[in-house]
Design a protein around this ligand. Structure first.
Ligand code: SF4
Length: 237
C-alpha cells in the first residue's frame, strides 16, 4: 500500500466519520421499529452451519473479554481467515500473495473471535449445555447489535429469524444508539489501523517461504490493528 493510497483512504474514512457524527438516532430507531426485531436467543448467528459467523473484534473488546473470562488474548481472538481458509493449500497462499512478506509472514487486518474446531464461536455453549453465550455481558458490539449495522451511513440488516417481531420504541432507540456507536468506533479503529500501518514488500516469490514455515507446522502472522502490528505464531497440525 503506497503512502498516497493510504492517505486517500484515511481522508475518506475521516470524512465518513465526520458524517457519522450527524446520524440521527431517532431516524435509525424508527427504521428498526419499522423492520421489527426480537432476539430469539437461538444462537444461530454464533454457529457456522447457518452462514458467516465471523465476529470482528477490536483490541479494546478483546481486552474486555479477557478480563471477563480470564482467558489470554490468543485464546479469545485469532487472525481473520485462520479457520475459514486452508493455508496448507498453495492456491490459497497464491490468492493471499499480496499479504505475504519476504519472511513468509502472512499479514492480516484486525482480529476475529476465536472459533471451535467445528467453526462455532468459542463462547457459544452446546445446545444440550444451555445454548448460552459464556461472555454475554462482555460480548463484542457486533453481537449486541446483530442483525443491524451501518454501512456508508445507511442502516443494513443481516439475516436473522428474529426480524419482523415487534419491538418497542425505547428498545429501538437503545439499539439504534448502540448501532451508531459501533459504526463510529469501527471507523475510528480503521483510521488508527491505517495510520499505524507500515507497508512491506510482498510478492508471489514469498509464498515458498510461507510454505516452508507451514511444512514445519507453523504459520507466522503479522496482525495490523489500531494499536500497531503484532506478530503471532500459530501451530498447525
Ligand atoms: S461472543 Fe457470544 S453472542 Fe457473540 S458470537 Fe460468540 S457466543 Fe455469540
Amino acid at each position: 500500500m503506497d503512502s498516497r493510497f493510504k492517505r486517500a483512504l484515511i481522508e475518506r474514512l475521516t470524512g465518513e466519520l465526520e458524517a457519522a457524527r450527524s446520524i440521527d438516532a431517532g431516524e435509525i430507531a424508527a427504521e428498526i421499529k419499522n423492520i421489527g426485531f426480537s432476539c430469539l436467543m437461538c444462537g444461530r448467528c454464533c454457529r457456522s452451519e447457518h452462514g458467516d459467523n465471523s465476529v470482528i473484534v477490536s483490541p479494546a473488546e478483546i481486552e474486555n473479554i479477557c478480563l471477563y473470562t480470564g482467558l489470554e488474548h490468543m485464546s479469545v481472538a485469532q487472525p481473520p481467515h485462520e479457520s475459514s481458509r486452508d493455508l496448507r493449500e498453495r492456491r490459497t497462499l497464491e490468492e493471499l500473495s499480496d499479504m505475504i512478506d519476504i519472511q513468509g509472514n502472512i499479514h492480516t487486518f484486525g482480529w476475529e473471535l476465536a472459533r471451535k474446531k467445528n467453526g462455532d464461536c468459542i463462547f457459544i455453549q452446546d445446545i444440550a449445555a444451555g445454548n448460552k453465550c459464556t461472555t454475554y455481558p462482555a460480548r463484542p458490539t457486533l453481537c449486541s447489535t446483530y442483525p443491524f449495522y451501518i454501512e456508508e451511513g445507511e442502516l443494513r440488516v443481516s439475516e436473522c429469524e428474529g426480524l419482523g417481531k415487534e419491538i418497542g420504541p425505547d428498545e429501538s432507540l437503545e439499539l439504534a444508539r448502540k448501532v451508531i456507536a459501533r459504526y463510529r468506533e469501527e471507523l475510528k479503529e480503521t483510521i488508527l489501523l491505517y495510520e499505524n500501518y507500515e507497508s512491506f514488500i510482498s510478492g508471489p516469490e514469498n509464498i515458498n517461504k510461507a510454505i516452508e514455515n507451514i511444512r514445519e507446522g507453523i504459520i507466522n502472522y503479522i496482525v495490523h490493528d489500531s494499536t500497531g502490528s503484532h506478530r503471532t505464531t500459530r501451530r498447525i497440525s
